[in-house]
Write a protein that binds this ligand. Structure first.
Ligand code: NAD
Length: 246
């Protein structure tokens, strides 16, 4: 596999995935709403010896996603690997008091963003008869969390989208899998735990006794995109140090 496209590639888990895929020999389109952050990741990918194309785009807007995929293919070549990683948090309060606007915003990125990415990437993959896709869900896709209606429901839906896509795209030799990280040490989780100290304590896996690192997720994503995982389709890979079963 030679060309990949990653959304939310300007920071955290998305950047770690970019560096891991570059180390594996992939050229990369790096999409982020923060164009400067995408450009920084691109510099690091180039330093690793691969081609990189930073693209400023909002994954919740169909025309921007379509344009980003077209640009990636025009400048780098056919996208064979896609990681729908961009996502935002939304802890604001209990459901009776949860802001309608935050709910809509979180769904627009975490769910519609995943739908649009898969739609516009897979249209092109279908014409070439192959590809691999990974959806960044969360352990919040398979469990409840208090005061987090937007995020938890959006991640349940993202997992559902991955499963539908796995079935729809299987006839075209395109695999779709989801990864479900527990708390991973990035800006997102640091700001969440700073606001909700109790959540930080109860979310740290007792089994691993530490938070996960972005690289812990990147390795699994790289495997799922590789030919080693050719018989893995529609799967949900929990990456949480054992927290969910604790
Ligand atoms: P992060 O905040 O460090 O990075 C997210 C990146 O996505 C940022 O560069 C941001 O600019 C970009 N982004 C945000 N909205 C966007 C949009 N509309 N269009 C394009 N780019 C956008 O977060 P992270 O912790 O690296 O999270 C990455 C993904 O992993 C998210 O989907 C998140 O829900 C998921 N996840 C994170 C954790 C965790 O503990 N950090 C756990 C489970 C799942």
């Amino acid at each position: 596999m030679t060309v990949g496209l990653i959304t939310g590639a300007g920071a955290g888990i998305g950047r770690a995935i970019a560096l891991r895929l570059a180390a594996n020999g992939m050229d990369l389109a790096l999409v982020d709403i923060d164009a400067d952050a995408a450009a920084e990741t691109a510099d690091q990918v180039r330093a690793a010896g691969r081609r990189a194309l930073p693209i400023g785009a909002d994954v919740s807007r169909a025309e921007e996603v379509d344009r980003a995929v077209a640009r990636a293919e025009g400048e780098l070549g056919p996208v064979e690997a896609f990681v729908a990683n961009a996502g935002i948090e939304g802890v604001v309060g209990p459901i009776w008091d949860y802001s309608d606007d935050v709910f809509e915003k979180v769904w627009s990125v975490n769910t519609r963003g995943v739908f649009l990415g898969i739609k516009y990437v897979s249209q092109r993959m279908i014409t070439r008869g192959g590809g691999a896709i990974v959806v960044m869900a969360s352990t919040s896709a398979i469990r409840g969390r208090e005061a987090n209606a937007g995020y938890v429901s959006s991640k349940h839906a993202a997992l559902g989208l991955a499963r539908v896509a796995a079935l729809d795209l299987a006839p075209y030799n395109i695999r779709v899998n989801a990864v479900l990280p527990g708390p991973i040490e990035t800006r997102m989780i640091r700001s969440l735990f700073a606001q909700h100290e109790q959540r930080g304590r109860t979310s740290t896996p007792k089994s691993a006794r530490k938070l996960g690192q972005p690289e812990d997720v990147a390795g699994v994503v790289a495997f799922l995109l590789s030919d080693e995982a050719r018989h893995v389709n529609g799967a949900s890979w929990v990456i949480d140090g054992g927290n969910t079963i604790d």
